[in-house]
Write a new protein. Structure first.
Length: 264
C-alpha cells in the first residue's frame, strides 16, 4: 500500500508583480535645489514624455541672491545640456561675485585705511608665495613664477583703486593713495632677471599717471604743496616715473607764489 504524501505548503507567498513605473527624466541640480528649498507638489501628468524646459513659475531666489540674469544663464545651460567651458565658468563665478558684493555694504573709497590694508595684504601674499627653503637664490625665475599671480593682483589693485578715486574726483585721496602705494611698490622683491621687474615698473607708471591727473585738476595750498613736494622727491629715489608729478607741482607752486606777490 503506497504512502499518501501530504500536499506541500509554500513557505512564503510570492506577491503579485508590481506595475512598471514610468521612467523619469533626470532633473537638473537647480530643480532639485529649488524642490528642497521651496517644495511644491508636482503636476500629476508628469511622465517620461515631458518638456525639458522648466516652467516660468519656478522660483530660485534664496534671500535675493539668485538674480534674473543668473536664471537665464542656467536655463540656457539646461537646454543645451553641454558641459561648462572655461569661459562660461569664469563668467558664472564673476556673476556670483558681483551679486555677493552688491549685498555687502559699500566701503567709502575715501577711507584710505582700507586701501592701505588691501595693498598690505597683496604685498604679503607676494612674499608668502616665494619658497624660501631652497639652496639657490629665492629671486630666480622659479620663485618669480610662483609670485607672478600675486604681483598681477597688486598691480590691479593699484590701478583699479586709483581709477575709482579719480572718477569720484577725490584729488587729495588720489595723491595720498599714489604716495602710499608707491612705498608698498618699492618694498616688492627685486628679481635676478631684469625683465621680471617689469610689473614693478608698470605699477610706478600707473601711480605716476594717477598723481599727474590729480594735480591737473587740483591745486594744493602752499603748506600742503611743500609737503607733497618733499614726499614726491623722496619717491624719486625709487623710480624716475614720478618726475612729471614733481614738475607739475612745482609749476603750481610757482604760480601760487607769483599770485601771492601780485596781491601784496
Amino acid at each position: 500500500m503506497a504512502a499518501v504524501c501530504p500536499p506541500r505548503r509554500a513557505l512564503m507567498e510570492i506577491p503579485a508583480p508590481q506595475p512598471k513605473i514610468a521612467a523619469r527624466m533626470r532633473r537638473s541640480y537647480l530643480e532639485i535645489l529649488s524642490a528642497r528649498l521651496a517644495p511644491s507638489p508636482l503636476p500629476s501628468g508628469r511622465n517620461a514624455v515631458t518638456n525639458t524646459k522648466r516652467g516660468p513659475s519656478l522660483d530660485l531666489s534664496i534671500g535675493g541672491v539668485w538674480s534674473g540674469r543668473m536664471e537665464q544663464q542656467c536655463e540656457k545651460m539646461d537646454e543645451h545640456q553641454a558641459p561648462l567651458y572655461k569661459q562660461q565658468l569664469v563668467q558664472l563665478i564673476r556673476s556670483l561675485i558681483l551679486v555677493e558684493q552688491s549685498q555687502e555694504p559699500r566701503i567709502p573709497t575715501s577711507d584710505l585705511k582700507y586701501l592701505q590694508e588691501d595693498l598690505q595684504l597683496k604685498k604679503a601674499n607676494v612674499f608668502r608665495s616665494i619658497p624660501y627653503s631652497r639652496l639657490g637664490s629665492n629671486r630666480d625665475a622659479h620663485c618669480y613664477r610662483k609670485a607672478y599671480p600675486h604681483l598681477v593682483a597688486f598691480k590691479v589693485s593699484c590701478q583699479e583703486w586709483g581709477q575709482v578715486l579719480l572718477r569720484n574726483k577725490e584729488w587729495e585721496s588720489v595723491l595720498e593713495h599714489t604716495l602710499m602705494a608707491w612705498r608698498y611698490t618699492s618694498e616688492l622683491p627685486q628679481w635676478d632677471t631684469a625683465n621680471h621687474n617689469a610689473l614693478r615698473q608698470q605699477c610706478y607708471d600707473i601711480l605716476a599717471a594717477n598723481g599727474l591727473a590729480a594735480l591737473q585738476h587740483h591745486q594744493p595750498g602752499p603748506d600742503r604743496g611743500r609737503e607733497l613736494l618733499r614726499r614726491l622727491k623722496m619717491a624719486q629715489s625709487h623710480s624716475q616715473s614720478i618726475v612729471p608729478c614733481i614738475e607739475a607741482l612745482q609749476r603750481i607752486m610757482g604760480c601760487d607764489a607769483l599770485f601771492s606777490m601780485d596781491t601784496k
